[in-house]
Design a protein around this ligand. Structure first.
Ligand SMILES: Nc1ncnc2c1ncn2[C@@H]1O[C@H](COP(=O)(O)OP(=O)(O)OP(=O)(O)O)[C@@H](O)[C@H]1O
Length: 250
């Protein structure tokens, strides 16, 4: 990675285009995320929120445009995708934990296998992040011995263990029973308090209101409106954003 100017965006997506066959899903999409900001993507189902996060995490090839992380164009095929991904943590709706591995081993797997960290150091780092998400006492448990909320907190711990520059979260509360959503949202609030940079997609406007510094409304694969959370959610400037938000409050 090249030296990064502190005032420049941590993550910069410019003129991104992504199509699946004839279907253009992201269309000339540009978006900056600055360090220590929580940027929340909202928009109708199919507007491209997940695809954007997956492109940023290099899980999808992009057709055109640039994605810069800390000043480096990460779409450059000469870069090692694993090294790039280590600078980002991604958490999905389905926690994707390995059921046959204990919590501790789920968290240490990538550091050990991908980044070559020794077992003792990996265990120490994993215990520190499990402590941070309030689950140090569950390190020896298997995923199916935990609640959905706890499993999602393990998935967040796993994403945090490599000390990512930015955390990408895709609908991380959608699969949870309503009574388990709060513990995950509380954790994200704490991570925000610690200054972690996050880009996340959600359908939960109350959550967006609580945690977002900025809200981005995506429509048909483009940024339709982007601004401070209070403004986009409370006083949207564009009719389409207003219509979308009304559907959530009516
Ligand atoms: N692998 C794929 N192959 C073909 N089409 C895809 C693929 N992944 C996504 N799409 C399409 O891209 C569009 C955008 O999907 P995406 O999941 O990014 O939207 P979203 O805003 O995250 O929606 P939701 O809120 O329902 O999760 C949809 O029309 C979807 O069907």
């Amino acid at each position: 990675m090249t030296a990064h100017d502190a005032g420049a965006p941590l993550l910069s997506v410019r003129h991104l285009r992504k199509a699946f066959g004839e279907h253009v899903v992201l269309d000339d999409l540009s978006l900056d995320v600055h360090a220590h900001r929580v940027v929340v993507l909202i928009g109708a189902s199919g507007s491209g929120k997940s695809t954007l996060l997956r492109c940023v995490d290099l899980l999808e090839d992009v057709d055109d445009g640039v994605i810069e992380l800390e000043g480096t164009d990460i779409t450059d095929p000469r870069l090692d995708a694993n090294a790039v991904r280590a600078r980002m943590g991604m958490v999905f709706q389905a926690y994707n934990l390995f059921p046959h591995l204990r919590v501790l081993d789920n968290v240490t797997l990538a550091p050990r296998l991908v980044h070559g960290v020794g077992r003792r150091d990996a265990d120490e780092q994993a215990m520190a992040v499990l402590e941070r998400v309030g689950l140090a006492g569950k390190a020896r448990s298997f995923p199916d011995e935990l609640s959905g909320g706890q499993q999602q907190r393990v998935a967040i711990a796993r994403a945090l263990v490599s000390r990512p520059a930015v955390l990408l979260l895709d609908e991380v509360t959608s699969a949870l029973d309503p009574e388990l959503v709060g513990e995950v949202l509380d954790l994200l609030g704490e991570l925000k308090g610690s200054g972690l940079t996050m880009l996340l997609a959600t359908h939960e406007m109350a959550f967006a209101r609580d945690v977002a510094d900025e809200v981005v409304f995506l429509h048909a694969g483009r940024v339709h409106e982007h601004g401070p959370a209070a403004q986009v959610l409370g006083d949207p400037q564009r009719p389409r954003t207003r219509d979308f938000l009304q559907r959530f409050t009516s």
